[in-house]
Ligand binder design. Sequence first.
Ligand code: GLO
Ligand code: MG
Length: 344
Amino acid sequence: MSMFKFSVGPWNVHEGADAFGPEVRSSISFDQKLRKFKEIGFTGIQFHDDDAVPDMNELSEDQIKSRARELKQFLDEQGLEAEFVAPRLWMDARTIDGGFTSNSSADREFAIWRALRSIDIAKELGSDRLVLWLAREGTLCSESKDPVLSLHRLREAINIMLAYDPQIRILIEPKPNEPIDRSFVPTVGHVLGFANGTQDPSRVGALLESAHAVLAGLEPSLEMAFCLAHGKLWGVHLNDQNGLRYDQDKSFGVENIRSAFNQLKVLIDHGYGSNGEYIGLDVKAMRTQSAAMSYAHLENSLRIVKLIESKVRRFDKDLVLKYQDARNYEAIEMYVMELLLGEQ
Ligand code: GLO
Ligand code: MG
């Protein structure tokens, strides 16, 4: 039994297209995905704004809210909850240079419109969380934007969101690169520094994705610890990543099981989840898998989380304290290896 609640997004079951090849699996309908998520053991759903309300650019604000209400009814019927809503700005032709930091004022206005509509949708779905994965808020060409001005623009945009709804909390999900070359807010350290300059720092926090920390050359469990120490870890995207390459979104723990152990350990040791936070999985099926295997990476990741969680619970704190006092770090390391290898 896990003590956590788990969440997932509809994009985590996908058609297998990558940058060099077309789709390889047929699409599965949104309703079918949500039903299957519930069956597998997820109770929270993460939404992009246009996952929740398709074609929202063509709709009025009232129409958007009413579509979101219909979705809320479906979620209630399925016994599911919305964890957060995230504006999918990276997919729109108007925000190819980023939304909030675009040099074009019309693009920036559009980005803010989408963010405010995402807040409307979140409220209708019963969530107070807006996630900003700042996908294109950076540069492909360093000199194409003024980085200081861009950060001021990002701050202004976030201040508008905070003012629009006094309840909304903003979770920034940092990533150092991809799809852009260099991000203006690459790590959770940047997120927390940036949050302090906004109009209400108490409502701006972080969502840490394991793979994104690895892409920044950092250890995910320490990135989580940094946020936890500031009371700012409001979401996680557990997954794995084999070093510095394209973003892989591998099943949790399959590349670095010791890091996976330490991620769950820091979450458990410091009460993550006690304020309703979810363990989100942001994992993708390998491209070469058949449609029949569309959900295996999710089932496997959930099982891996639970298996590692049971190792964390068996971790002998007294023994390790003894070793710490004796500065016997070889013994601690061997103890952890034996625990993970089933010898403890
Ligand atoms: C991509 C991100 C992406 C976000 C999702 C929510 O690298 O991890 O999957 O988590 O779009 O905003
Ligand atoms: Mg993510």
